[in-house]
Write a new protein. Sequence first.
Length: 477
Amino acid sequence: MAYEFERKQRIAIIGGGPGGYEAAITGAQMGAEVTVIERVGVGGSAVLTDVVPSKTLIATAEAANAIGEAADLGVQFFTRGESGRPVRPDIAVNLAAVNQRLLRLARQQSEDMKSQLIKAGVSVIQGDGRLDGPNRVIVSTGGKTSTDFDEINADTIVVSVGASPRILPSAKPDGERIFSWTQLYSLKETPEHLIVVGSGVTGAEFASAFRALGSNVTLISSRDQVLPGEDADAARVIEDVFTRNGMTVLSKSRASSVERTADGVIATLSDGRTVEGSHCLMAVGAVPNTAGIGLDEAGVQLTDSGHIRVNRVARTSMPSIYAAGDCSDFLPLASVASMQGRTAVFHAMGDAVNPTELRNVASNIFTQPEIATVGWSQKQIEDGIAQGEIYKLPLASNPRAKMMGIKDGFVKLFARTGSGTVIGGVIVAPRASELILPIAIAVEHRLTVDQVARAFAVYPSLSDSITDAARAMHIVN
């Protein structure tokens, strides 16, 4: 008697960043035959050149900033001079050592992720992958002969190829004086004067970090304020902190070109003004790595910007092809990429799926202080897109904030009119990325402000401001 065994579902993943990694782990856990094709290293740019190294640099900047502000808490640093009298030492940052450490951590994280994939039974191939129709991937492993190509047949393909820094022809990074954010880690010394072009999330984060590390910083912003599109109150706090800390912020200014000089750089603005510095960071957005990988030929629809169109379960216009991460037209966050990767595999293999709801996604900007947001925004409420009440509580009134010497920041809650259901929030504070979780849980599970207020926050704690804000929005029955 012959028995027929069901063949394992085959999943091919192009790109081993957060989305590809999570898709691979999920597929392996569900019994699929999974292959990951990654050009540089598991973790992709998020681990090797973006999120992990940049946030490690920012952690160092926070440490330097904490030392500088310790005097406000009564902690003073002195050494003995030649005369025996106490002298306050300068805070020195060894940027070469900092960069060595962060690149080492990035490599370690990449190797750890690769080990997890192999342990789970995933095949990892180093090379460039491109689609050859809706069910086949061609992998180039770097050679020039026919044996340097692999063909992988798959029932499901997940494209997770990420994005790269946008390059302007008039300000091309050279990795010596003009940098993209992936090139900064080659610096041996802290820039004397760093010009940052672009005041979005990336520009603001690096401007904040390098100012804390001791660089003079000029931030060129084409908008009225830094962080356009973010909560206006939060952006105002960050810009006030920037200028108070000695940063020069040029609002309503657009850099038309950046060129090298004999010993630095010069940025020319569209109105003819010039800014001279020692180095320049170009932070003017990213472009998806979707060109030349066979998407059009496979029938996958792209946006005008080259991003892959996906629905809420990460599926493209082709039923067998999914996309996750910055190459898709979803929210470009590592956490979202991971969720897309998991969701794609669940959907492809017929498991229960909760379509991703972008309004429930918590995001964070790692400036000093941080900005964390989730849910509907104040602007959407003011524009009538969502019906809600707004309550803002300055962090300076929080007892723990006073103990820690925190003067800037706030907690802001949004609750639906009538029901009091929490529909969003903003936190500006040190470690706002940690503090936003209770609000994110409230948004995800549709808790009311009264339910949030009934939770016991530790006293004293910064999170106590969340329950205080919820208590202030009590719905009278």
